[in-house]
Design a protein around this ligand. Structure first.
Ligand code: SF4
Length: 215
């Protein structure tokens, strides 16, 4: 794979995306939210936690805290109890309250729409920022999570483990219009077929494209 040209990687990527679109026509962000601030909260909660668990917590949470202002001026200990089941609840509560305060004080109550501004919010790293940019604001962005790290390596699209390097390499070989959907497709594939430590290569629609296939 080391001798493979960028062009052939790009072609394989296009073919892989086309196949995954067929396999997972409904692929999208699996967190439930109604606006950018709710997606920010849900994404912070999703660290070290399943989206399913987050989606069990957020309906009640968003009923209790109805806006960025209510999160910003809440009792952080009470918020921490409200999100306890997502794990790391004290840290997440501080991040949600702190990010909401900055959004109120510095961004006029609106979640900012640039990477640099998003990275000033506590609890927001590059992955969360890219998720917000792509999913809430329609800005082309590649989210690199554990599924993306594992599967882009298995597919030979990168040999990096560092998310920032992977993000950069994937952007170079993927049409910009597919950046956002790519992550959702790969996450679906990682959940259903290319499962960590037990990839189902025999049932994988990408096996002809994949240098790691054991079929
Ligand atoms: S062929 Fe196997 S290793 Fe490659 S993407 Fe499919 S399941 Fe994963």
């Amino acid at each position: 794979m080391a001798r493979e040209s960028r062009q052939s990687k790009s072609e394989r990527m296009v073919a892989a995306i086309a196949q995954l679109r067929e396999d997972y026509p409904e692929a999208k962000c699996s967190l439930d939210y109604r606006d950018a601030h709710q997606l920010l909260v849900a994404t912070i909660l999703s660290a070290q936690c399943t989206d399913k668990r987050v989606n069990m917590v957020t309906p009640g949470l968003f009923k209790k805290y109805r806006s960025a202002v209510e999160f910003a001026y809440c009792n952080v200990n009470e918020l921490s109890e409200d999100i306890r089941s997502t794990g790391y609840h004290n840290q997440k509560a501080r991040s949600i309250k702190g990010a909401s305060l900055i959004i109120i004080d510095e961004f006029g109550g609106q979640v900012p729409q640039t990477m640099d501004q998003l990275l000033t919010l506590p609890g927001v790293g590059r992955k969360t920022a890219n998720c917000l940019l792509g999913t809430a604001f329609g800005v082309p962005a590649v989210v690199v999570d554990t599924h993306m790290i594992r599967i882009t390596n298995l597919l030979g699209f990168t040999n990096q483990r560092d998310p920032i390097k992977i993000e950069s390499e994937i952007m170079k070989i993927t049409p910009e219009s597919d950046w956002v959907i790519l992550t959702h497709l790969v996450i679906e594939h990682g959940r259903h077929v290319c499962i960590a430590r037990r990839p189902q290569c025999k049932n994988c629609s990408l096996s002809d494209l994949c240098p790691s296939s054991v079929v």
